[in-house]
Design a protein around this ligand. Sequence first.
Ligand SMILES: O=P(O)(O)OC[C@H]1O[C@H](OP(=O)(O)OP(=O)(O)O)[C@H](O)[C@@H]1O
Ligand SMILES: Nc1nc2[nH]cnc2c(=O)[nH]1
Ligand SMILES: [Mg+2]
Length: 161
Amino acid sequence: MGLHDHQEYFVSWEELHRATRELARRQLPAEQWRGIIAVSRGGLVPAAIIARELNIRLVESACVRSYAHQEQSAEPELLNELTATKDGEGFLVIDDLVDTGNTLRFLRKRLPKAKFITVYAKPEGMPLVDEYEGEVEQATWIHFPWDMHLHYVDPLAGEDR
Ligand SMILES: O=P(O)(O)OC[C@H]1O[C@H](OP(=O)(O)OP(=O)(O)O)[C@H](O)[C@@H]1O
Ligand SMILES: Nc1nc2[nH]cnc2c(=O)[nH]1
Ligand SMILES: [Mg+2]
């Protein structure tokens, strides 16, 4: 594997807001939705933006603990009980991204009738999501604005002369 096989993609608040609003626009008309299920934690901010755009007030979170990065074989775990819906009918399930698809594959068993949408998608997870806004290569790591901090960077030319 070469040095450039692993890339990074830094998402600003403005870009996240723009992409999420675009995803919201594609969920119109809003009347078809009974509510939103935000996949906590990454889906919380996108879900808030979409709830605002579609004027949806029923927002529940699905708190998923994923072990994908430590133990490949372990199943994700749902830390709370979902009370808003039995099968997800009329609900949007919203996450920030789909990568391997493990999180959404797990949630689809509980919410087979929901529509699953994410702001970003990597190829392996695409079959698990009904709609997404941005496409990112499998080997690219996405950095979301809530995980970052603005900081000083040295000029390319170095010291003043
Ligand atoms: O498609 P997958 O391979 O399952 O990966 C995608 C999931 O991974 C991240 O969540 P994470 O489990 O890191 O937890 P967090 O949202 O609480 O940060 C992201 O927010 C998605 O939910
Ligand atoms: N922040 C972040 N979390 C992830 N979880 C799985 N893939 C990713 C990614 O690319 N970025
Ligand atoms: Mg998550």
